[in-house]
Design a binder for this molecule. Structure first.
Ligand SMILES: [Fe+2]
Ligand SMILES: [Fe+2]
Length: 322
């Protein structure tokens, strides 16, 4: 059944899922229980662990420090040099908005994992992650509301991926979509943001979020460890197709179409610029670095995914060298 959109702010997805209870309570010495123990002592509080007092002035002069995004308009820029600072702000607002929407997606899909994964330790860890994701939603929503007062709607590609995932009945595909692709991108993106974004509030938020996301990535790697060794070639082809679509959709997002449009630039020219500019390409390759690494760890870095990532410049050829 197609999803039903109710009003402008609500996306409802019908799903047929198989929830399961497990009466085998497992052993306390597994890697997932250890991860759960780490999670319990790593909780933080958005209200008290972030200094919300610094003023953030949207439009003030930014000076990106890590060199990932060009600090001044490079040749071929779709916006004139005098608009480059506006681009840097729009880029930050867009990134934070997509962080927020992605966090809500992670909140719901991880809650779904609690219901559908068979192992009790995975259910327990996933429940801890649900609390983390709720905290991330709280932090980004408050930053947007109190500090910048500007945002972007959810990117169409991210929305499609989340809609597909919420209709998904296979728990391992949920892991692939959330714990590998979305979380892999989120981990790198938040780490980059924590050092390169222009104000201390977003730097503090992303630093704390990145710490949680590193645990979430480990959850996916541990939970999927060895799973794909025993699948049939038809089942593997299915997962491969899903991953290729997810990676493609997420890559399109980073061509920044919405940002160029909001700046009044030609969106097609903007996308061409992001594809061709060496620093923007390096930025996208950095973003996808963790996804490549995790796919390799779980045995799903297929030739098709490798080709796709090379064709879309999401990784340098040496990233696939053994
Ligand atoms: Fe998160
Ligand atoms: Fe996460």
């Amino acid at each position: 059944m197609p999803p039903v959109r109710a009003g402008d702010t609500l996306l409802e997805v019908d799903a047929h899922i198989r929830a399961c209870l497990n009466w085998d309570y497992g052993h306390r010495d597994t890697r997932l229980w250890q991860l759960y123990e780490r999670s319990k002592v790593a909780q933080w509080n958005v209200s008290t662990d972030i200094d919300w007092t610094p003023e953030v002035r949207l439009g003030s002069v930014l000076n990106p420090r890590d060199g990932l995004v060009p600090p001044v308009a490079p040749p071929g820029s779709p916006v004139p040099p005098e608009l480059w600072n506006a681009f840097l702000w729009e880029f930050q607002v867009w990134m934070v908005s997509q962080f927020l929407h992605g966090e809500q997606g992670a909140l719901l899909t991880t809650a779904r994992l609690v219901e559908t994964v068979p192992d009790i330790e995975a259910k327990t860890y996933a429940a801890a992650q649900v609390a983390d994701e709720a905290r991330h939603v709280e932090a980004y929503a408050r930053y947007i509301d109190e500090k910048i007062g500007a945002s972007y709607p959810v990117n169409a590609g991210l929305e499609r991926l989340l809609r597909d995932l919420l209709g998904e009945s296979r728990w391992d595909v949920l892991y692939l979509g959330v714990q590998v692709v979305i979380e892999g991108l989120a981990l790198v993106a938040t780490r980059v943001a924590s050092t390169s974004f222009g104000d201390p509030v977003i730097q503090a938020i992303t630093r704390l979020v990145a710490r949680d996301e590193a645990r979430h990535i480990s959850f996916g790697v541990v939970a999927l460890d060895g799973l794909y060794r025993d699948m049939t070639s038809a089942e593997l082809a299915d997962r491969d197709a899903f991953l290729q679509e997810a990676v493609h959709v997420m890559a399109q997002r980073f061509l920044l179409g919405e940002v160029w449009e909001r700046l009044g630039a030609d969106a097609a020219a903007g996308r061409r610029f992001v594809r061709g500019d060496p620093r923007m390409t390096a930025f996208r390759r950095l973003l996808f670095f963790k996804v490549v690494q995790v796919l390799r760890q779980i045995g799903m870095l297929t030739p098709g995914l490798r080709d796709l990532m090379l064709a879309e410049s999401l990784a340098a050829p040496e990233a696939f060298a053994r």
